[in-house]
Design a protein around this ligand. Sequence first.
Ligand SMILES: Cc1ncc(COP(=O)(O)O)c(C=O)c1O
Length: 366
Amino acid sequence: MSAYLDYAGLGKLRPRAVEAMRDAVVDVLPHGSAEIGRIFPARRRARALAAELLDCSTDEIALVTNTSTGLHLVADGLDWREGDEVVVFDRDFPANVHPWRMRGVRLVWVPMRDGGYHLADVEAAIGPATRLVAVSHVNFATGFRIDLDAVCALAHRVGALVSVDAVQSLGVLPLSLADTPVDFLAAGAHKWLCGPVGTGIFFSRREHLPRLRLPGGWFGFEGANDMLTKGAGHFRYDLSPLPTAARAEGGMYDVLGMVGLAEVLAELSEVGVSAIADRVRHLTQRLCDGLRSAGCAISASTDDDAWSGIIGFTHPAVESVALARDLVAADCHVSHPDGLVRVAPHHWTSEAEVDAFLAALTQRVR
Ligand SMILES: Cc1ncc(COP(=O)(O)O)c(C=O)c1O
């Protein structure tokens, strides 16, 4: 039996998104402007569902192509000052380091310890010059989940902003931005949201929007469409930028992707992220038990306050890349980032898949 345990790499596009996108490709897009009105509202629907998922206002959401683009909106949109520092995390995914590095600000690194991060180290890295803390909710390789509320408290105490890469948590772990006061967040939809590749979600807290320099495109202005729809006298350039995050969405977009994104977000809302988290917790515990029995070392804490959908592990007798490749060849889809074998089950993973993977693993490390 095959097992798919690579949701941290690439989610499986959900069947109802496949269906909706197939309908759009077959019944809508070949007819040009004649039928496009049927799917054009998908972007508005996706924005509203993203806001529901994150417990924020629709005005604070922009739809983007991936995590990197969302993080760059923050890095490129803030007015950096001489001497500004950004706190980053050792062994974080490069998408959450390069945007800040490229601004030329001083990076202050939080060390990784035992596959995770200590809040005391975060506190020590934050100082009077800290302008922003660039944190990933879940480490992409070890699966360590950081306490975002605690990071926000530490950062906000000195007036620093918090920008979160949530691509390894959004869709699997509940996060309410009404309760957790992060300032910015970005997540591609192609992993745990099981959405189309090339779609993603960006959040900016409303109070930051006036001073965040977002790219406008031509859709990013009040009444941009009027010149096309309202007739003579509506063609003008002196339009006001939209006051919402959607200002960042620019011009024509991936309507097909938006159809799929709206569909996966709707399904997520119906199933409920808490139910998803409960099931993933159950599956990861089953995996951890099996991994330990097979003599594997789990790379980070999986306690209640640090677990996520990701488990990174090693085995003392078998090299990780070779082991992962061997498992994939046996139809057990895992990955091997940063010297670890990584398994990542989702709500839709069956116990039988978990057991098939554990059986294949045990055979290889005996
Ligand atoms: C933590 C983290 N950030 C970002 C990315 C990818 O960024 P993007 O959505 O821009 O491809 C990954 C991909 O593995 C990741 O694990």
